[in-house]
Design a protein around this ligand. Structure first.
Ligand code: SF4
Length: 469
């Protein structure tokens, strides 16, 4: 067993090991058991990160580790980080630093940072938060079982961030957070370099998984009783395995898998989304009628500065075509306010286009400068006050639109996949429509994982309420 009573590694004393100075030569020897090692993983950020945490959890379980639901009892605490916004990053580091006391009490405790912030900061993460023992980049996550064992055994700091562009090995750990809904990654990285976005730098260039590997994974999930699959990629429409319209072919292949009842996908980039995709959504029975299409801004000048490669007009045309082909489909978006140099009239264009389109919901954000990105060279000249005011305005507009969109469903019947017991009232169940709206109705726990029909009786901007029919 390892001696947990030794002093915690001190960054000034401990050797920092990286692939350049010997980590790659390390292979686990026989007899290095990790049976009792309990791991707690805290995930920040998007669904990609949720999927990465599942992947790592599964790998760790397959390698003899145990997951712990309690941070206090864990031997290893991993933070899967998001660095898309500065606020998330600051919160992450303050969470990690907060563990200083815990580490003092339990010197054998290992603290690891994985995900986008690990990749962005590399060794500097340890300078910023000296309690960190392992910095594991986005492409190195399959190595985590080995890295953890090494850090515990050798009492060394480890920085492994050299595989940012590598294809993840096709391993199939079984662990999933849900029992009937699964996230399936169809690729990694992004080539779009939107000027505000750090993803291409921290998740590398775009790599698509082979369709046969994705199909194999979905078939195995279907065999285990999973009903809903969400295909995940930074830009699913540019999924490419050598042919044309490969994403549509992939949707068609997943649609044929017995047992799967619903297929979702995200995210679509407006420059690559097209009418054929909407036709496939209409014709492939299991593909849900929900499109997430990030708008980001309504002003062409700002879209150009953002390097989004479409105009407001093109975006509107695309939405028009989607609505024509899927009139009952839903559409959601992302919007950034306060991008450098955004004027009142640029902002008004964003508000106008949101009103014109009438999104079902929108994720709205204040611009936040990210190091390394192209927009970090622009002056972040919209004041914090103006950003906050614009965010308030846009959220208010969207709340009204969302409520209006939901109102149209009153007295109508919707199909819901029952997900959980309502947190506030256990006599109520919570599910999702095909259009990805939350629906709340009376029922009991036995319904979880089944498809039910619900007649909508009332709505809020965020959910539908009704009764089972
Ligand atoms: S498409 Fe743009 S915003 Fe999305 S991940 Fe790629 S660079 Fe970032």
């Amino acid at each position: 067993m390892l001696n947990n009573k030794k002093s915690p590694p001190n960054p000034k004393q401990s050797k920092i090991l990286s692939p350049k100075n010997g980590l790659d030569n390390f292979r686990l020897g026989f007899g290095m058991t990790s049976k009792c090692t309990r791991i707690y993983i805290r995930t920040f950020g998007c669904q990609m990160n949720v999927r990465d945490s599942e992947f790592v959890s599964g790998l760790l379980i397959d390698n003899g580790f145990r997951l712990s639901g309690s941070i206090e009892e864990a031997d290893v605490i991993l933070f899967n980080s998001c660095s898309v916004r500065k606020h998330a990053e600051d919160r992450l580091f303050s969470n990690i630093t907060y563990l200083k006391k815990l580490k003092k009490k339990r010197p054998g405790l290992i603290i690891g940072l994985m995900g986008c912030t690990a990749q962005a900061y590399k060794g500097e993460a340890i300078t910023r938060s000296p309690v960190i023992d392992i910095v594991c980049g986005t492409g190195n996550e399959a190595d985590l079982p080995r890295l953890i064992k090494y850090a515990r055994r050798k009492k060394l700091r480890i920085i492994a961030t050299d595989k940012v562009d590598a294809k993840r090995p096709e391993l199939y750990p079984e662990y999933r957070e849900h029992e009937f809904k699964a996230l399936v990654s169809i690729g990694e990285g992004c080539d779009n370099f939107c000027s505000y976005c750090i993803v291409p730098y921290v998740r590398g260039r775009e790599r698509s998984r082979d369709a046969k590997d994705i199909i194999r994974e979905v078939k195995s999930l279907a065999g285990r009783g999973f009903k809903e699959i969400t295909l995940l990629g930074q830009n699913v429409n540019s999924y490419k395995t050598g042919g044309d319209r490969d994403f549509i072919k992939l949707l068609g292949a997943v649609n044929k898998i017995d047992g799967i009842e619903r297929i979702r996908f995200m995210t679509s980039h407006p420059k690559d989304a097209h009418t054929e995709l909407f036709i496939a959504m209409r014709d492939l029975q299991k593909v849900c009628e929900h499109l997430h299409l990030p708008l980001q801004a309504g002003s062409d000048r700002i879209l150009k500065l953002m390097n989004r490669k479409y105009t407001a007009k093109k975006y509107l045309k695309l939405v028009e075509s989607y609505k024509k082909i899927l009139p009952s489909g839903s559409i959601t978006t992302d919007v950034i306010v306060g991008f450098p140099s955004e004027t009142d009239s640029d902002f008004k264009r964003t508000c106008d286009i949101m009103k014109d389109i009438g999104f079902d919901s929108a994720y709205t954000f204040k611009y936040s400068l990210r190091l390394k990105t192209a927009s970090s060279k622009l002056t972040d000249d919209v004041s914090a006050k103006t950003k906050a005011e614009r965010l308030d305005i846009i959220m208010k507009i969207q709340r009204g639109i969302s409520e209006g969109r939901n109102m149209k469903l009153v007295s109508k019947s919707v199909e819901a996949l029952v997900e959980d017991v309502n947190k506030k009232d256990v006599t109520l169940m919570s599910g999702r429509t095909r259009t990805n709206k939350q629906v709340i109705f009376k029922g009991d726990k036995s319904l979880v994982g089944t498809l039910v029909d619900v007649e909508v009786q009332s709505v809020t901007p965020y959910s539908l309420k009704g009764r089972m029919v």
